[in-house]
Design a protein around this ligand. Structure first.
Ligand code: DGL
Length: 264
């Protein structure tokens, strides 16, 4: 069985690439809902429906033993319900993990943190809630950075700079110790963000933290790990193929990996 990685678009490819590099032995399937991206400004119900369809596809058609929801919006608005209702009723032996809790655990190492995410993630207060469960004394400043998603989907770096600066301005003089990139797409700009924030602010990027958390999870869940096939294969599925989807797939997974079109 495979490891599935789900995202609303192409941003999750950054996380998929990092996971595959760290654990190349397994078989992976990535599913990006590129036809319906962005999820960040949609209602709870819609994000739940779309995420359930994506996760369901990865279980039914791709035989995944475990699915990682790389999308923060979906982790914030749909993950718990999927785990508590959909999985229990349909796939009780399989697992779905999100990126929000591992990121919150990392944030909880600091006294004052900044978080940027989509409007949906920020307004859901999911990070505040998860960090608060670990340590309610941590000070958190959130700022939505929605325009960065379409810019990544377009593979655009230069035009993104003024937006990045505008979104980070909020943290000026606030003495944050760390900034969490609470959206799959933002690691695409992490070197620009690090340059603007300087050496004294730690940038928490999910492609860097998710590896250890996943390795640890697989070590503790032998019932899942022993089902995973080790063919070193990666498959990229999308709901809409655009030039940029093809380009990013090629850039991050090599010439041989071509995105395949699927219908959810
Ligand atoms: N994948 C989404 C997230 O991490 C960003 C893109 C979107 O809004 O769909 O929140």
């Amino acid at each position: 069985m495979k490891i599935g990685i789900f995202d609303s678009g192409v941003g999750g490819l950054i996380i998929a690439k990092a996971i595959r590099k760290a654990m190349p032995e397994y078989d992976y399937v990535y599913l990006g809902d590129t036809k319906r991206v962005p999820y960040g400004n949609r209602s709870h119900e819609t994000v739940y429906e779309f995420t359930k369809q994506g996760v369901g596809y990865l279980f039914r058609k791709e035989n995944c033993a475990i699915v990682i929801i790389a999308c923060n919006t979906a982790s914030a608005k749909a993950l718990r319900r999927i785990q508590q209702e959909y999985l229990v009723e349909n796939f009780p032996e399989r697992k779905v993990l999100g990126v929000l809790v591992p990121t919150a655990e990392e944030c909880a190492k600091y006294k004052k943190v900044g978080i940027i995410g989509t409007s949906g993630t920020v307004s859901s207060d999911s990070f505040v809630c998860e960090i608060g469960k670990i340590n309610s004394k941590i000070k958190i400043i959130q700022n939505p950075a929605p325009m960065l998603v379409p810019l990544v989907e377009e593979g655009e770096k230069e035009l993104a700079l003024p937006f990045i600066k505008k979104y980070l301005k909020v943290f000026d003089g606030k003495n944050i110790e760390a900034l969490a990139l609470g959206c799959t797409h933002y690691p695409f700009y992490k070197s620009e963000i690090r340059k603007i924030l300087g050496k004294n602010i730690k940038v928490i990027s999910q492609d860097e933290i998710i590896i250890d958390k996943l390795k640890d999870y697989l070590k503790r869940h032998d019932e899942i790990t022993k089902k995973l096939s080790c063919g070193k294969h990666a498959k990229i599925l999308v709901t809409d193929i655009t030039k940029n989807v093809e380009k990013l797939t090629k850039d991050w997974f090599g010439e041989d990996t071509k995105p395949e079109l699927v219908k959810l």
